[in-house]
Write a protein that binds this ligand. Structure first.
Ligand code: KIV
Ligand code: ZN
Length: 388
């Protein structure tokens, strides 16, 4: 496939890996709404489901295929004919269908999940890709648990599935096991040792068991991968998947990497809140990029620096990710500059002595009440008026 060498394709699996999370299940109409928003966000591929797993998932893939035009619609399968047949059927309305088939690649999976051998698994991988390829041109192969797989065997598997027709080779760190340099080296090894690697795109699919999913994905991209798989808010099995919003903003913030996506980052905040409410999964306040505190400055030293020049404490502009605005949160740790900023915003111009007095009253109030809002500030100033 010909493509811009610096373009990173974004593969969203919120509706598949994300939706596997207990309590996050969605109805088909909810999935269609989300798929339309993902299309507006500009993701390149939507993994719409695992059609053989249930009639509901099958229907969702059918309906999402009808609902979106631009993104590739992808359906997950195991490496067997029934799964692939069902997936092909579910994708019949997709303008750009993709089958995502695969099998375990680590000795752990080969021996203790499949009770098999490396040779037999390799054969099944190739057969699955060849079979899928008879119905769909775009076939992505996943080498499950590649993070723990022997790299020479992984390279052999990748080479064989590309020869069988795979257009994308997904190297999942299924258990979130790798360190960034280990994962990056694995991708580099594939780039350097798989002789037909230029015929496919390498994809990174990382889980967050050790909190390294984003770091590992970036390491993969730095070593030649050009597709990143993840979810909105990082939801997914166990500790979750790579957060798409984090990877996209890392690539934007570190332009020196020379990589770019097609994603419209201004939609992130809205997208995040939609996923959170539909999937009943709150976003932790300190979540990078989309958490409610991601642009909230609360300590006096930071507030003072931020008010002098926002870039002192802001590496991403909130508007670039659709965040309503940066906020200066008033707590007992806030300084006089922050109080002055908020009082002026509410129309109260104070001289130095007045501010000094107001700040004393503010600290008493803030110690008693953890969160100070506009109403509290008005009360604070009403007190001053009565006194005057
Ligand atoms: O984590 C994983 O290995 C997966 C595959 C099914 C792609 O989700
Ligand atoms: Zn996964």
């Amino acid at each position: 496939m010909l493509h811009d060498p610096n373009r990173v394709y974004v593969f969203d699996t919120t509706l598949r890996d994300g939706e596997q999370v207990p309590g996050c299940q969605l109805t088909t109409p909810e999935k269609i709404d989300i798929a339309r928003e993902l299309e507006a966000l500009g993701v390149d591929i939507i993994e719409a489901g695992f059609p053989v797993s249930s009639p509901g998932d099958f229907l969702s893939v059918v309906e999402i295929s009808k609902a979106v035009k631009e993104p590739v619609v992808c359906a997950l399968t195991r490496a067997n004919k029934t799964d692939i047949d069902v997936a092909v059927e579910s994708l019949k309305y997709a303008k750009r269908p993709r089958i995502h088939t695969g099998i375990g690649s680590s000795d752990q999976h080969i021996k203790h999940k499949f009770n098999s051998t490396r040779e037999e698994i390799l054969e099944r991988a190739v057969e699955a890709v060849k079979y899928a390829k008879k119905s769909v041109e775009d076939v992505e192969f996943y080498a499950e648990d590649a993070g723990r797989a022997d790299v020479a065997y992984l390279a052999q598997m990748v080479e064989a599935v590309i020869a069988a027709g795979a257009t994308v080779v997904n190297i999942p760190d299924t258990n979130g096991y790798c360190l960034p340099d280990q994962y990056g080296s694995k991708i580099k090894y594939l780039k350097e040792n798989v002789k037909n690697i230029d015929k496919a795109i390498i994809s990174v699919h990382c889980h967050n068991d050790l909190g390294l999913a984003t770091a590992n994905s970036i390491a993969g991209l730095q070593n030649g991968a050009r597709q990143i798989e993840g979810t909105i808010n990082g939801i997914g099995e166990r500790a979750g998947n790579t957060s798409i919003e984090e990877v996209v903003m890392i690539l934007k913030t570190h332009a020196v990497l020379g990589l770019h996506t097609n994603v419209n980052s201004k939609n992130f905040f809205e997208m995040s809140r939609m996923i959170s409410s539909q999937m009943r999964m709150p976003v932790q306040p300190n979540k990078a990029i989309v958490g409610s505190n991601a642009f909230a400055h609360s300590s006096g030293i930071h507030q003072d620096g931020f008010l002098k020049n926002r870039e002192n404490y802001e590496i991403i502009r909130p508007e670039d990710v659709g965040f309503p605005s940066a906020s200066i949160v008033l707590t007992a740790r806030s300084g006089r500059h922050a109080l002055k900023f908020h009082l002026e915003r509410l129309g109260h111009k104070l001289d130095k002595d007045e501010l000094y007095e107001a700040y004393k009253r503010f600290l008493t109030l803030a110690d008693a009440k953890l969160d100070i809002n506009d109403e509290d500030l008005q009360t604070l100033m009403a007190h001053r008026l009565v006194k005057n």
